[in-house]
Structures are given as C-alpha cells and as structure tokens.
Design a protein around this ligand. Structure first.
Ligand SMILES: [Zn+2]
Length: 467
C-alpha cells in the first residue's frame, strides 16, 4: 500500500519478490517498494514498504532485479545519444523513440558538463535508470561517459556500470598548422616504422585507393601520433577492468582543423596495431558545427567528407561515424542517413535543456526572465571551450518582449547559444530549484515537447516515421 500523502505516477512493476512503483509526494518523486529488498536504501514503513530516493544505490539495486534497467552495449544499427543535463528528460526521450529503430543512449554527459552542473557520472546514470523505469522503456539503453580526458575517469565510469566510453585525446593532438613538423617527427619513436609500413602503400577504401604521401603521413603522425597512444592506453585499462566488453569511441571532433581522410586512415591503422576495437569515431567535419544551431557550411563539402569517413570506417571496422554537437543539425541528418546507412551515432545534449527552458518560458515567465538575465551576465565567461558565435547584442531586448512571446526566445539563434552555454551557471544558481519545480509541475508538457523535438531529429535521420 502506497503511504498516505503519495500518489502513484507510474504503473506497478514486479521486481523480484516485491512490486515497485514510482510515487510522488510534496517533496518530489520516490520509488516505493512494497517490501524491503536487499540493496535498497530509504525509509521503512510499518506496513512493510519502503520509500526510496532516486539515488545511485537504488538505481543499481533496481538494475540487479530488472535487467532492462541495466545499461547495455550497442546492438547493430544506428544509435542516438540523448544527453540530459537536468536529469529529468529521459521519459520524454523514451517517448521520442516510439516507432523508431534506433538504439538510445540515455545516460550521456561529459566530464566537462558534469563539472559545470555539479553532477557526477553516478547521478547521471541514476537519472537515466529512473527515467527508463518511469517510461516503462524495456528495450534497453546505453550509458556514455562522454569526452573522457583521463584514464581514471574512464575506470570510475566503468565501475559504475557505464557501457560506452568516449575517449577525447585532444590534449594530445598537436595542431600542425603552426608547428615545425620535421622537428616534431624526430621526437616520435615510431616515425621510422610508420614510414616503412605506410609510405606509398595503397589502401583500398570504398572503391578508392588512399595513399600516404611523405608530407601527408608526417602531418598525420605529428597531429595524431600521441593521441592514438593515449587512446590505446585508455582502451587497455578499460579492457582489464571490463573483460566482457564495452563500446569505445574516439572523438577528435574538437580539433582546430577538419579530420582529413588520410588522418582518419592513419588513426584507424594505428588503433588496429594496438588492438583497439572502435564502436565509433567522431571526426571533425568541415563547416561550422556550432552548439544548438543548424550546420553552417557547404552541405556538399560535408557530404564528401562524410562519404570518405564512412568508407574508412567500413573498411577498417566496421564502426560508426559519430556526429557530435548533433543537436539541431537538421540539414545534416538526411545526408548522414544517406551516406552512412546504419553506421552512424548522433550525440545531443544541449537541445533537451533548451526544450526545458521553452517550457519555463511558457509557464513561469518571471523565472525565465531571471534565467535569461543570469545567462547574459555569465555568457562572456561560460562560452569558453564551446564553439558558438552568438552575439548577445543581437538578442531582442528582454524588457520589451511581452510574456506571450517569451517561448519563442530560445529559437532565436543568439539567445539560443547564450542560453545553451550557460547551463552550468543556471543549474548551480538559486534558480535551479525553481526550474526543476516548474518542470515537475508541467512534466507532461515537458515530455511531450521533448518527444516532438527529438522525434523530429529521428524522423530526419530516417529512423522514425513522420506521423
Ligand atoms: Zn564532442
């Protein structure tokens, strides 16, 4: 019996010897279990039931009883990352998946995002588990520890149950534009081997032959030689910790210049030398892949680069080509689907936070105005390390925008990026509690808006019917 003061907000689910139900009370949502079970923490009731917070320990205990709540590895086919900065979006993401054929990653935050929001890999995973339970999403999901720059972070995520590890070797990538390539080469222990192995050899890739020139090989080796060694080190550490397997992505999307096919080939060949099996690789594409707005650049140039990367991924893997900063890249999705077939992965995160702000703008305009003001005051600082070009001076004057027009503000390109990069400042401010309360109060509208917005992403990617 659910205790007085609480109401069920999900169907009862049989878990081992108990029934678990999501319930809602004055202080938020909890897990109600009909009788005490091993591993759960919470408050016992005289009737024998237990009220449990949405903690990591309880998420893990649930996973031990219900296998569909344990993160799992990617099956064959395309996959999609639904990053969730607030930890409240998963039920909306699950709804977006209705009628689609894509495997979801529900837990996906980077080390950088967690640092900004004050969250942890454990919190992020727990939110995904409770979200999947709320949605009754029994088809499985993955958990991506995104943009890992250190081996310790990767192992920590592995211990928590993450299944997907995105290695970000960018600290080890050498920008070759302003570098004395020849001087650098002398410091690379394997240069002679690489020269002997790769120089002049023709590699058959997608019906084309790729060949390393002396200069091309030198630049690839200098730019990515150390990065590949770092990726291999992280991979080996994970393999020791997770001998039953895991998904490993290499992301070089945040580099200064686009990844050329020959650079990609060099990375793939070297990873193979190190016995690294990739699930996906995120290259840096030509054109502007800015946060939260559509692609700005030449679509044909994107298509050509993508086609070359897919051919290499097919020949050397197969593994997926991963599109980072994938939120709202509506012009790119049809091309990705056409060129990559099923070999793609897309990552989004910021866009779900922006959907949350649209809901706040609709239902709590005063709070939304406070959030915009805070975002404007923090933008100059928070934009560091994000690829954006917003100019707050181009935004409409907040004081002159009537309440009824506020919900359109996050669609304004400049406002959108200002709001996008300042999520950490907002979520660690005193506004965060009100933001969460507003979303809980309008949960149905929030989840519906998420399902519509992310559903549009999936429809354009060709994995969901438009209807
Ligand atoms: Zn990225």
């Amino acid at each position: 019996m659910i205790p007085p003061g609480y109401t069920a907000c999900g169907p009862p689910v049989v878990a081992g010897e108990a029934t678990v139900t999501l319930v809602r009370g004055a202080e938020g949502k909890f897990l109600w279990i009909s009788r005490p079970l091993a591993g759960f923490e919470g408050k016992g009731f005289p009737t024998g039931g237990m009220l449990c917070p949405f903690s990591f320990a309880n998420a893990r205990a649930l996973g031990a009883l219900l296998a569909w709540l344990l993160p799992r590895r990617l099956p064959a086919g395309p996959s999609f990352g639904f990053g969730d900065r607030l930890g409240l979006a998963t039920p909306g993401h699950a709804r977006a998946l209705n009628g689609s054929r894509v495997f979801p990653i529900f837990a996906q935050q980077s080390v950088r995002e967690n640092a900004r929001t004050g969250r942890t890999f454990a919190d992020v995973l727990a939110s995904a588990v409770f979200g999947a339970l709320a949605a009754g999403h029994e088809e499985g999901f993955g958990a991506d520890a995104d943009h890992l720059k250190g081996v310790d972070d990767a192992l920590h995520a592995a211990d928590l149950g993450y299944t997907f590890f995105t290695c970000d070797p960018s600290d080890h990538v050498v920008p070759v534009e302003n570098t004395d390539v020849q001087a650098r080469l002398r410091g690379l222990p394997y240069w002679k081997t690489w020269r002997k192995e790769y120089l002049g050899r023709a590699f058959s890739v997608g019906g084309r032959k790729l060949r390393f020139t002396e200069d091309g090989l030198a630049r690839a080796a200098v730019k990515y030689g150390e990065a590949v060694a770092f990726a291999a080190q992280m991979y080996r550490a994970l393999r020791t910790r997770l001998p039953h397997g895991f998904d490993f992505e290499l992301s070089v999307d945040e580099t200064e210049t686009p990844t050329t096919p020959i650079e990609h080939l060099f990375i793939a060949l070297e990873l193979r030398q190190h016995d690294v099996v990739l699930a996906s690789l995120a290259p840096c594409f030509p054109g502007e892949m800015e946060k939260a707005v559509d692609y700005r650049g030449d679509l044909e140039a994107f298509r050509d680069a993508l086609r070359a990367h897919v051919a290499i991924a097919q020949a050397m893997g197969p593994y997926r080509i991963s599109l980072h900063s994938g939120s709202d890249k509506f012009r790119l999705y049809p091309i990705l689907a056409e060129e990559a077939g099923d070999l793609w992965h897309v990552k989004t995160a910021g866009t779900s936070y922006l959907v949350a702000l649209e809901i706040v703008a609709r239902f709590a305009p005063a709070l939304f105005r406070d959030i915009v003001r805070l975002a404007l005051s923090r933008f100059a600082t928070d934009r560091a390390s994000y690829h954006v070009s917003a100019d707050p001076r181009r935004m409409p004057d907040l004081e002159r925008v009537p309440d009824r027009e506020l919900p359109a503000l996050p669609a304004d390109c400049d406002a959108r990026q200002v709001l996008h990069v300042t999520f950490g400042s907002v979520l660690r401010s005193e506004l965060a509690a009100d933001l969460r309360a507003a979303l809980l109060e309008h949960e149905e509208e929030y989840h519906q808006a998420l399902a519509a917005h992310l559903g549009r992403h999936l429809a354009l990617l060709g994995v969901k019917d438009d209807g």
